[in-house]
Write a protein that binds this ligand. Structure first.
Ligand code: PEP
Ligand code: MG
Length: 870
């Protein structure tokens, strides 16, 4: 088996085997660029090393030696030769870039004899001994696991003794002494002499790089970035070139385009007379790459042209490392440059305009989720630098927000009415806080996870939210929170970053996003390519118009319950619920709600300007609308003229052990058809009014939730249609409307063929469908899903990304059976998954007509749907 490849034997497509760095070096070698010679020991050799109890097999060692011999011939230098020694670097390089996670050794091949050869050939004794002492230190640290401090102590005391400030002041003789002291440290720490045989050094170094694949840093990096643990790293052995041999030498790093903005202009830094590490380590301040033009015009031109050539060759922005040795340019690495979302968009669009890539390539290259960075306000970079970090919570909903803190929804609303910028701070939020959440610039909670009420609602609103920030202790009654030894009270300014979870002291300036230009172009191309339509989940005219700006083609889910929480309506809603035995009282209360509900729909229809709107009938269990605290119950009892005790009894009567599986969804409408009738009337009257007055051709889609039994639907379909037809007659209108259902109970997907006989459309409610398929409470699963992920029981949270195997099978069955009855049945999805790129690929393949997601996910869904179609 071939375990080792010369650079010239590889190419860019061999990343898996040669690692990213190895494949890049191979490709550059083969297109004729000046790359110092070398070879790559494959990732398979790494796996083999672990399979053989962390030993290199004789076959691998043999191939390393063979390739070393070839390298010696190519460079006309010999490993360990006194007069003309070959020195190499040994670097890791996995398939996925893991910057700084694994180890590197430079100047390998130096020993007491070759150091003299280097001194002679470079005519620079100081340089030779400085390289030698660096090598011993690196080798000791990386290969022999000797603490770096031990070496640093020697270096520091040598400087102190001589009264030097900088390393550069050390003379050749100082360095010779340091080398002796370093070797002594190695002997003391390992019990053995420092290895002087270069071949032995090389094998030890290669093994150390293989071992570094499993150091703690590398393991956590892989965990954080979803990189598999079993793919191993390759090792690149490359003949050394020096950027630190004098003022005609240097080293640097550059991007072919600006990684922050995407602007097409070489962007980078270099240092004269320095080695690679010096640029990164920040010991000296590097110069802008433009200045190289003045210092070494020829080298600059050559580098500039090479960078252009590499970008052209890879058809993507490159991140390039180079070294200049005695005015000669060498390329040490090229890889795809990491960039911000804004830079990614600009570069993609401009590369299409330049003819470098196709539109399709541009679309496929972008990460849909990264668009989120561009849709929300962000902190101004300079202002952020000056800010004091107070605490970090969960990045529950992205964006940046700043404002005065208030501890109740009412206080927020009042402050906003007075023109203040506010943030709502709560232990945790509940449905009663909706208005305050809406009015505030952002939300901070001390408790709750990524799927807590605050997190879900804030994401839905596109509002910045930091949740579960346990470092702050909130005292709502005292209107304050404490973090560390600082206390913040009502009216104090803080700032939140919902994309990182950071909480800052004081107010920080924010900047608003720009949606035209490159962003607009990418969206336009996405729309040309995608098959899935993209709708939005919106409950207010404001959300609806935000979503339209983001490109929503309709509303896929208007949840009507949020409208019931409005403080002016809640009394009527409560009277309706508490009317219990009296149909008459209930109808009276419903009659009070009707005009308000109608206004809601008018606003939404207008905002949607004739685009389709799916309105769902009331879904949550009724007790959610009732007060919990004694003082609120007392107030309500007084308001309704009922004894407090009786009120408590009624409220208890409505409590459920398992509300998510209780009296909710269509079950409510079956007990109280009046509610569905009122809502239908509001939906229809509003549609007729908007059609007549504003000329928008509204076709309302009335959606019945939580159907599991065909008869539930046939019963309610009649209730809804009777009223709808009645309204049409009353208003003398021929308006069209549809009656459909949610598919969110597993049983419904199994009998979808029956359901489709009545339903005019389906919409998969994958939140409930996931909850009921797994039997995981969607409000409680956050507590244990992390353990499931950590223990490898679940690959990811099924409430975030659809479980293709199980829940997905139910979706496919629902689609198949539904279309068996009605071949062109319109089928969408309106659970959280409708905005998740991975799930969108699945929905595309499952043949859905549209996905519906929160307004701020709409652009993400448009791009993801385009990618799914390519
Ligand atoms: C669902 O269950 O997926 C859904 C969209 O409805 P809700 O989240 O309101 O239960
Ligand atoms: Mg649901």
């Amino acid at each position: 088996k071939k375990w080792v490849y010369l650079f010239k034997e590889g190419n860019a497509n061999m990343k898996e085997l040669l690692g990213g760095k190895g494949a890049g070096l191979a490709e550059m070698t083969n297109i004729g660029l000046p790359v110092p010679g070398g070879f790559t020991v494959t990732t398979e050799a790494c796996t083999e090393y672990y399979n053989q109890d962390q030993k290199l097999s004789d076959e691998i060692i043999g191939q390393i030696n063979d390739n070393l011999a070839i390298l010696e011939k190519e460079c006309e230098k010999v490993f360990g030769n006194v007069d003309n020694p070959l020195l190499v670097s040994v670097r890791s390089g996995a398939k996925f870039s893991m910057p700084g996670m694994m180890d590197t050794i430079l100047n390998l091949g130096l020993n007491d004899e070759t150091v003299a050869g280097i001194a002679k050939s470079t005519n620079n004794e100081r340089f030779a001994f400085d390289s030698y002492r660096r090598f011993i230190q690196m080798f000791g640290d990386v290969v022999q696991e000797i603490s770096k401090d031990k070496f640093d102590d020697v270096l520091d005391s040598a400087k102190e003794k001589n009264g030097y400030k900088d390393d550069t002041e050390l003379t050749a003789d100082d360095l010779k002494e340091i080398v002796v002291a370093y070797k002594k440290i190695v002997k003391e720490e390992t019990g053995k002499d420092f290895p002087l045989d270069p071949k032995e050094q090389l094998l030890m170094a290669i093994e150390a790089v293989f071992r570094s694949w499993n150091n703690n840093r590398a393991i956590s990096y892989r965990n954080m970035n979803d990189i598999p643990h079993d793919i191993g790293t390759a090792v690149n052995v490359q003949s050394m070139v020096y950027g630190n041999m004098g003022d005609d030498c240097g080293t640097g790093v550059a991007f072919t385009r600006n990684p922050a903005t995407g602007q097409k202009k070489l962007f980078g830094e270099f240092l004269i007379n320095a080695q690679g590490e010096d640029v990164v380590a920040g010991i000296r301040t590097p110069k802008d790459i433009d200045e190289l033009k003045d210092i070494m015009p020829d080298v600059y031109k050559q580098f500039h042209d090479t960078a252009a050539l590499l970008e052209n060759h890879y058809k993507d922005m490159q991140d390039i490392e180079f070294t200049i040795e005695k005015s000669k340019l060498f390329m040490l690495q090229t890889r795809t440059g990491k960039r911000t979302a804004a830079a990614a968009l600009r570069a993609a669009v401009e590369m299409v305009e330049e003819g470098l890539i196709t539109k399709e390539e541009a679309i496929l290259r972008l990460d849909p989720l990264s668009l989120d960075q561009l849709l929300h306000p962000t902190f101004e970079a300079e202002a952020l630098k000056a800010a004091e970090l107070l605490a970090t919570g969960l990045p529950a909903s992205p964006g940046a927000a700043t404002g005065k803190i208030y501890f109740t929804a009412e206080a927020v609303c009042e402050a906003v009415a007075n023109g203040e910028e506010t943030l709502l701070v709560r232990k945790e939020t509940s449905p009663e806080d909706i208005e305050g959440m809406y009015a505030a610039n952002g939300i901070l909670t001390a408790r709750g996870g990524m799927t807590s009420h605050a997190a879900v609602v804030a994401r839905g609103m596109g509002k910045c939210c930091v949740a579960g920030c346990e470092m702050i202790k909130v005292d709502e009654a005292a209107k304050k929170f404490v973090v560390g030894n600082q206390t913040f009270t009502e009216g104090d300014f803080i700032s939140l970053n919902g994309s990182t979870g950071n909480v800052y002291k004081g107010s920080i300036k924010t900047v608003t996003p720009e949606l035209s230009g490159h962003f607009g172009q990418i969206m336009k191309w996405s729309d040309e390519m995608r098959k899935l339509k993209v709708r939005t989940n919106a409950d207010t005219p404001n959300d609806a118009s935000v979503a339209v700006q983001f490109g929503a083609e309709g509303i896929g889910l208007c949840r009507t319950e949020h409208m019931f929480f409005d403080e002016h309506r809640l009394p009527s809603v409560r009277r309706m619920i508490l009317a219990e035995s009296s149909k008459e009282l209930r109808e009276k209360a419903l009659a009070e709600i009707l005009p308000m509900q109608k206004e809601d729909f008018i606003g939404i229809y207008k905002a949607m300007e004739g685009r389709p709107v799916t309105v769902r009938l009331l879904d949550p269990p009724l007790h959610e609308f009732l007060p919990k605290e004694t003082k609120d119950i007392e107030a309500l009892a007084a308001d309704m003229g009922i004894a407090f005790e009786d009120m408590v009894t009624v409220i208890h009567g409505l409590e459920e052990f398992n509300p998510m599986l209780g009296h909710r969804g269509c079950r409510l409408a079956i007990t109280y058809p009046e509610i569905a009738e009122m809502q239908t009337r509001a939906i229809m009257e509003a549609a007729i009014e908007v059609k007549e007055q504003d000329g928008f051709d509204v076709i309302p889609e009335i959606m019945i939730p939580l159907i599991g039994i065909n008869e539930e639907l046939t019963y309610l379909d009649k209730v809804v249609r009777n009223i709808a037809e009645l309204v049409k007659k009353e208003k003398n209108s021929d308006i069209k409307y549809l009656v459909g259902t949610m598919m969110e109970i597993p049983r419904a997907t199994l009998i979808a063929d029956q359901i489709a006989e009545t339903a005019e459309f389906f919409s998969f409610g994958t939140n409930d469908l996931t909850q009921m398929t797994y039997g995981f409470s969607r409000d409680d699963a956050g507590k244990f899903i992390t353990d499931y992920k950590d223990k490898g029981i679940l690959p990811n949270d099924p409430f975030q990304s659809i479980d293709v195997e199980g829940v997905g099978k139910l979706v496919e069955m629902g689609v198949m059976l539904g279309r068996k009855t009605k071949p062109d049945l319109k089928i969408g999805v309106c659970g959280e998954h409708g905005g998740d790129p991975k799930s969108i690929t699945f929905f595309h393949n499952a043949g859905l007509s549209y996905v519906s997601c929160s307004p701020f996910r709409v652009p993400i869904a448009r791009l993801a749907a385009a990618q799914a179609a390519l």
